[in-house]
Design a protein around this ligand. Structure first.
Ligand SMILES: Nc1nc2c(ncn2[C@@H]2O[C@H](COP(=O)(O)OP(=O)(O)OP(=O)(O)O)[C@@H](O)[C@H]2O)c(=O)[nH]1
Ligand SMILES: [Mg+2]
Length: 323
């Protein structure tokens, strides 16, 4: 499962955001998210195509792809030397594939800034430095261990080697301020930036997907932040989805871009990859336009693909295999 680690200075809205995301996701897809431990939450990936399939096939179960979010304590300047809560808790994000760096970009004198916090550029640099220092510590430990035991090189999940998505926590005005967003995006390019108002997101928890849409529209917001964040993560990591559909269940699966049909089958079960014979593939747009699997077949658009077929985002697939 895709694991996203949330980092940032204290009091920038990380937990507000985490709570909002885990709640909103759970509601939007009516999926019971599992809280594994405090501040670890599993969120279904919003996918309208899956909802469509589930309705069309009258599926008993609908299983979205999922993303795990890990919300940790705020990191302060000097954390590597023990300031604030120190930096030990960074261990929780070592196993994440991607880092979501939350940056304060809202104005509110009632919300105290952490020591040293000034503006997005300055604040980003503080966190970057602390992540580098944490990696340095790790590197020294690894070196010391290697000298002692002559242990072979192991692959170390260094924090600064992970891709980062910047999540700017803006206020209501910032949500629709294209100039501001342009400036903030430029600060972090080529990394992706997502803009969100954590406070507004928190106010929406408990709302249905339609209510959320309506609520956001009143603020002039067209994009759903969870969707944007996950889209950015998939894009940054080179991931895509394919779908399986049927009466028993409709389901979304996550694979690498460029994965072949047998590799996609392997995402379901390793036996499917080993015994792969062929994949029956429909394009979502064809199914939507033609209205049924039969119609897609009749139009010659249900294709039988072999071992070398490269999967495309949104492919609806049935695998044939030998076990
Ligand atoms: N005005 C405003 N306040 C916000 C926003 N997001 C969060 N806050 C407030 O900022 C304070 C800190 O929010 P948290 O979500 O706890 O911040 P955090 O980053 O998790 O902080 P630590 O866990 O201490 O690192 C709370 O009082 C929030 O209500 C926002 O978008 N606008
Ligand atoms: Mg917090």
């Amino acid at each position: 499962m895709l694991k996203v680690g949330i980092v940032g200075l204290p009091n920038v809205g990380k937990s507000t955001l985490f709570n909002a995301l885990t709640n909103a996701g759970a509601l939007a897809a009516n999926y019971p998210f599992a809280t594994i431990e405090p501040n670890v939450g599993i969120v279904p990936v919003p996918d309208e195509r899956l909802d469509f399939l589930s309705k069309m096939y009258e599926s008993d179960k609908t299983i979205p792809a999922t993303v795990e979010f890990v919300d940790i304590a705020g990191l302060v300047e000097g954390a590597s030397k023990g300031e604030g809560l120190g930096n030990k808790f960074l261990a929780h994000i070592r196993e994440c594939q991607i880092v979501c760096h939350v940056v304060r970009a809202f104005q509110d004198s009632d919300v105290i800034r952490a020591e040293g916090s000034k503006d997005p550029e300055n604040d980003i640099a503080i966190i970057q430095t602390e992540l580098e220092l944490a990696d340095l510590e790790t590197r020294e430990k690894v070196e010391a261990k290697r000298k002692k035991s002559q242990a072979p090189d192991e692959s170390i999940p260094y924090l600064t080697e992970k891709p980062v998505i910047y999540m700017f926590n803006v206020d209501e005005a910032g949500l629709v301020d294209a100039d501001l967003q342009c400036k903030l995006q430029a600060l972090v390019a080529p990394a992706q930036a997502v803009f969100i108002n954590a406070k507004l997101e928190a106010e929406m928890s408990g709302m249905s997907a339609d209510e959320r849409k309506e609520f956001l529209r009143e603020y002039g917001v067209k994009k759903d932040a969870l969707r944007e964040l996950i889209r950015a993560a998939y894009q940054t990591l080179g991931l895509q989805s394919f779908l399986t559909a049927g009466k028993k269940e409709s389901r979304a699966w996550t694979i690498r871009q460029g994965a072949t049909a047998p590799q996609a089958a392997g995402a379901i079960h390793s036996d499917f990859e080993r015994g792969f014979i062929a994949a029956e593939v429909m394009k979502f747009e064809d199914l939507k336009a033609l209205g049924s699997e039969q119609a897609v077949k009749a139009a010659g658009k249900l294709r039988t693909e072999g071992k070398t077929y490269v999967m495309e985002d949104g492919d609806i697939v049935e695998f044939r295999f030998n076990v």
